[in-house]
Design a protein around this ligand. Structure first.
Ligand code: GLY
Length: 346
């Protein structure tokens, strides 16, 4: 049986990996330009707690299921490819600068607790005990031990080394794909191919570099009402993200976008200003009307869809890959994806 996957980013290649793991052999990945993968811009937070949003309970359950799968997924990718994916489990610190910022974090802590998430409130001093370079002005926050990180660039490098057939053909009509099974996993590009309401949501990101990491934890901060996340890599890189902008397919980096990220980053972690500004970039998250992905059969076609992962592509890769590989090879999955069917939009 031949399987064609449209999209060679984190989602498409994670599905390909899971198919290989389950014995599939004849897999073609169609991607005219893998350099446009949203995963190359993503910071790689695996954040089912800190990225939880009021009213998105089904999505949060899927996020929790996927973060639970991440250690096994990372280990299996490493075992198959010999390459690391930067999976780290130090956890995430939520950090507030002003009284109002603290009130916002306190509201979130209440919500996380009601949702059953593991969250530990911390004073400013307790935060600085864990991360001494946080600003002395930081008032307080919390520790989310279950929110981890992976390095999407390492993940993509590992997955691209898999024994797959890579075709640079641009697919703009599903009927041109001759494989027995078709899987649509090309993020924002899935809109044109499927008619699903998937739209680009721009995110600008900075990569700062220093000789050593300034922090060990992922930091999610709010400073004067401005939100930022800081994701440290072992080699001294600090990923600072991300703006969220409804600007169609625009991927320009703007001075205002850089300012919106650097200002809260410097307020919370002053040493960040000493780092080299190594890269500025913008990517397009594939957003959907309810912020949740589309997983499963595309009505009226023989294709399966795995797209619209919005802010959570890296986090949701393992659960998406397992569900779609099950559907492709066995026609079913024991993962509860009922809330994510394409039919909710058609
Ligand atoms: N998951 C973080 C972001 O999309 O910016």
């Amino acid at each position: 049986m031949s399987i064609g996957i449209v999209g060679g980013g984190v989602i498409g290649l994670s599905i390909a990996f899971e198919l290989l793991e389950r014995g599939a052999q004849d897999i073609t990945v169609y991607d005219p330009d893998p350099s446009r993968s949203a995963g190359l811009v993503a910071a790689g937070m695996l954040a089912p707690t800190a990225e939880a949003v009021f009213g998105e309970e089904a999505l949060q359950a899927l996020m929790l299921e996927s973060v639970r799968r991440w250690p096994g997924f990372a280990g299996r990718v490493r075992a198959r490819t010999g390459l690391p994916v930067g999976h780290r489990t130090e956890g995430t610190l939520l950090v507030a600068l002003t009284v109002d910022d603290q009130a916002e974090i306190d509201r979130l802590i209440g919500y996380y607790r009601r949702a059953g998430a593991d969250i530990e409130p911390l004073t400013g001093r307790q935060l600085r005990e864990r991360e001494p370079l946080l600003s002395p002005r930081v008032r307080g926050g919390a520790f989310a031990p279950g929110d981890h990180q992976a390095d999407p660039r390492l993940l993509l490098r590992a997955l691209r080394s898999l024994p797959l057939r890579f075709e640079s053909t641009a697919i703009d009509d599903l009927s041109t794909v001759r494989d027995d099974v078709i899987i649509v996993a090309n993020g924002v590009g899935a809109a044109g191919l499927t008619g699903l309401p998937i739209r680009p949501v721009k995110g600008q990101v900075l990569r700062l570099r220093g000789a050593e990491p300034l922090v060990r934890h992922v930091i999610r901060g709010v400073a004067g009402g401005r939100h930022v996340y800081l994701v440290p890599r072992a080699d001294g890189e600090l990923v600072v993200g991300a703006t969220e902008e409804e600007r169609g397919a625009d991927t320009s980096v703007t001075a205002g976008g850089v300012l919106d990220l650097l200002r809260p980053a410097a307020d919370l972690l002053p040493g960040a200003t000493e780092l080299v500004l190594a890269e500025t970039l913008a990517g397009l998250r594939p957003g959907t009307p309810d912020n949740a992905p589309v997983l499963g059969p595309l009505p009226g076609t023989r294709a399966l869809v795995a797209a619209g992962h919005y802010r959570h592509g890296v986090l949701l890769a393992p659960v998406t890959a397992a569900a779609i590989a099950g559907l492709a090879l066995d026609g079913s999955t024991d993962i509860d994806i009922g809330a994510f069917a394409a039919g909710r939009f058609t």
